[in-house]
Design a protein around this ligand. Structure first.
Ligand SMILES: CSC[C@@H](O)[C@@H](O)C(=O)COP(=O)(O)O
Length: 347
């Protein structure tokens, strides 16, 4: 699989696969400053909750290198670094989780020799990166048995290797089920307006020789009614303490239609996506993106000029529509307020 991101320690550059131009071109953008990383997150060069978190961790490290060259105090510069990265996208909690982890390491080593402080930050970013791949593989192993052998499995957006440091969350579960020989048929929604399904999910599954059938977003209900879908598995950007889950816009609609048809809906996400600080999905900030993403398709203006546009990037699926949450520490079932707290607190 094409690498989503890689850090070159010798040149201190973060190489990010430019996901805006996939699948037609494969090119990497090099980030040398925390500002370049923040910009790459905002402009969707890198996207997907776990990948955003990993990129932000390296962004903090690049900010630390800038702080060492600065005349201003290190702690003052680092506050600016944390703030800029935290403002890059609002919904995926993995961003804030990774920044917080980096902040703790920074504060712990602040009084040490500057080179020891710098090295500790690099090691933490590398650890966050490596742990993400491991946690996806564990999630895959926990989730694969839930998928129906020989059935149709629908996924939405891209919760794959491209949305993480590797292997994927929802697509990791699908990959594990395929490896275990469960013979599933994968259906991917197109995922307007950014087309993560058509461009990214289709690309990465085909790269792995996993057959996938593409659907326009508005075809989901019809396929469910025809009996072609036996399970839904998607990722998450933020899961509240009660299990309410923010994910790519359209997940809510899919979950309601799935419930009507008696089809289970599984969320696959690492514990770093669970935000126990918020009681319910009402408190999740939903990112509003540029109307041009809706009025234009690959740079072509397709909508009537002057039309008003809504472009929320995520929606919240209430916990009652979610059959189980597959995490890197095991599978949580309702009542989520208890089971998620137990999983997050466990070793
Ligand atoms: C493993 S990725 C989980 C989610 O981040 C994913 O489903 C999603 O909604 C991505 O949105 P995006 O706007 O492409 O960052």
């Amino acid at each position: 699989m094409t690498e989503t991101l890689r850090f070159d320690s010798s040149s201190s550059e973060l190489h990010l696969l430019d996901q805006r131009i996939l699948p037609h071109q494969t090119a990497y953008i090099r980030c040398r400053t925390h500002g370049e990383v923040a910009d790459a997150i905002t402009t969707m060069v890198v996207r997907g909750a776990p990948a955003i978190g990993v990129a932000a961790a390296y962004g903090v490290y690049l900010g630390a290198l800038e702080a060492l060259k600065n005349q201003e105090s290190i702690s003052h510069t680092m506050e600016q670094v944390f703030a800029l990265l935290a403002a890059s996208r609002p919904t995926a909690v993995n961003l804030f989780w990774a920044i917080e982890k980096m902040r703790r390491v920074s504060e712990r080593h602040m009084t040490a020799d500057p080179q020891i402080w710098r090295q500790a930050l690099l090691e933490e970013a590398l650890r966050i990166h490596a742990d993400d791949v491991e946690s996806n593989r564990r999630m895959g192993a926990y989730g694969a048995p839930l998928l129906p052998a020989g059935g149709g499995v629908l996924t939405h957006c891209n919760a794959g290797a491209l949305a993480t440091a590797g292997y994927g969350t929802a697509l990791g579960v699908i990959r594990s089920a395929v490896s275990a020989g469960r013979g599933i048929q994968v259906y991917a929604t197109e995922t307007r307006p950014f087309l993560q399904g058509a461009r990214l999910t289709a690309f990465e599954l085909l790269q792995d020789n996993i057959p996938v059938t593409l659907l326009c977003d508005n075809m989901v209900g019809s396929l469910m009614a025809q009996g072609k879908i036996q399970a839904v598995v998607v990722g998450a950007d933020r899961i509240a303490a009660n299990g309410d889950t923010a994910n790519k816009i359209g997940t809510y609609t899919i979950a309601i239609v799935a419930k009507e048809h008696g089809i289970p809906v599984y969320i696959a996400a690492p514990c770093s996506t669970i935000d126990l600080q918020i009681a319910s999905g009402d408190q999740i900030v939903i990112e509003q993106r540029d109307p041009a993403e809706v009025t234009h398709l690959q740079g072509h203006h397709i909508a009537a000029a002057g039309v008003q546009v809504e472009n929320p990037s995520f929606d919240v699926t209430p916990a009652r529509f979610i059959s189980a949450i597959i995490t890197d520490k095991g599978v949580a079932y309702p009542p989520y307020r208890e089971t998620l707290a137990q999983l997050v607190g466990s070793d």
